[in-house]
Design a protein around this ligand. Structure first.
Ligand code: UT7
Length: 326
């Protein structure tokens, strides 16, 4: 019989400091009205000076392990999806392993930007289905405040910090029914952080040119996101033998409320089936889907037996959707 992977616990961590639209009005030429109507964001969380992304990831992980009643030492695998790691290497997953004392776990990071959590979950699913792995910790964690240009109104109003996690194991009932992933590197110039890698190693020049910050062509990404997210959800549902009308809750990447409402319309789903946390946290890349899943479960928006679709899109381009029977 086929082994099926399922989520048995969720957790998240959001830094306590809030940055509101009113705060941003004092920093750049923007208004609460513009940010609210164009994006749906009211405030975002910002990590403290002595926090790094692994700290956020560890806090979310502890939360998820507690929820799943799994001990760190029993973990076989830790996957962290992040584009804002503590450092290039070692991987953030190894730093999480050290802090948790998850001695026997295999650890690596996944770089799939805003689709990172869906990519990591799909990888976890395949490790479990192979029969070799029993307990996986999947984390989406970001500290986008550390790579945001706080003088650029086109981007700085959008991003925030946070982390979400889940524990994946073989399950007897329900679980991840299907997952669908895609990429299109021909569009890689639409969103990137150009500095700090081997192409443009850190130098005075890269700093002066602000190359260590997120660069984004928002308008172009917007149109692609709507079509690609709707298509990914449809493909994953088809693979699962289900239709849009069977869906109880969509947990999408939270880049822009207008994108999400357009995706809902394309899928023929009422807006209330789309779980939103963008108003409170902004776009947290891989952490958006991860924290939204955790909050939807905690708020009772997802119940046993529900059909849940995770749906994400981001820089790469990369995208993915997972269909889960909860
Ligand atoms: O995370 C996954 C990948 N990312 C995405 O999927 C992001 C998708 N894109 C978006 O969410 C939207 O394109 C944005 C929120 C980034 C921008 O919204 P938009 O409706 O596409 O605005 P725009 O870029 O077309 O800008 C419209 C106007 C411009 O002024 P002009 O040129 O028309 O005079 C901008 O300069 O709004 C101006 N603008 C602002 N005004 C006030 C841009 N940012 C701001 C701002 N406050 N913060």
């Amino acid at each position: 019989m086929k082994i099926r992977a399922g989520i048995i616990g969720v957790g998240c961590y959001l830094p306590s400091k809030r940055l509101t639209n009113a705060d941003l009005e004092k920093m750049v030429d923007t208004t609460d009205e513009w940010i609210t109507t164009r994006t749906g964001i009211k405030e975002r969380r910002i990590a403290s000076k002595n926090e790094a992304v692994s700290d956020l990831a560890i806090a979310a992980a502890k939360n998820a392990l507690k929820d799943a009643k799994v001990k760190p030492e029993d973990l076989d695998l830790i996957i962290v999806a992040t584009i804002s790691p503590d450092m290039h290497f070692p991987s953030t997953a190894c730093l999480v392993q050290k802090a948790l004392g998850a001695k026997k776990a295999l650890c690596f990071d996944v770089g799939a930007a805003c689709a990172g959590f869906v990519y990591a979950l799909s990888i976890a699913q395949q490790f479990i289905e192979s029969g070799k792995t029993k307990k996986v910790l999947v984390i989406g964690a970001e500290m986008l405040s550390s790579i945001t240009d706080w003088t650029d109104r086109n981007t700085c109003v959008l991003f925030g910090d946070g982390a979400g996690a889940c524990v994946v194991t073989p399950v007897k009932r329900g679980g991840i029914i299907s997952s669908y992933l895609g990429s299109d590197g021909s569009q890689s110039d639409l969103m990137m952080m150009p500095g700090g890698g081997s192409r443009h190693p850190a130098s005075h020049q890269t700093i002066n040119k602000k190359m260590h910050f997120i660069k984004m062509q928002g308008k172009e990404l917007f149109k692609l996101a709507v079509n690609i997210m709707a298509d990914a959800a449809n493909k994953a549902l088809k693979q699962a033998g289900l239709k849009c009308k069977d869906v109880d809750c969509v947990i999408p990447h939270q880049a822009n409320i207008r994108i999400l409402m357009a995706v809902a319309k394309k899928l023929g789903l009422p807006p209330e089936k789309i779980f939103l946390n963008i108003e409170r946290y902004g776009n947290m890349s891989s952490a958006s889907t991860a924290t939204a899943l955790c909050e939807a479960v905690r708020k009772g928006k997802i119940k046993k037996g529900d059909i849940v679709v995770l749906d994400a899109f981001g820089a790469g381009l990369v995208w993915g959707a997972c269909v889960i029977r909860w």
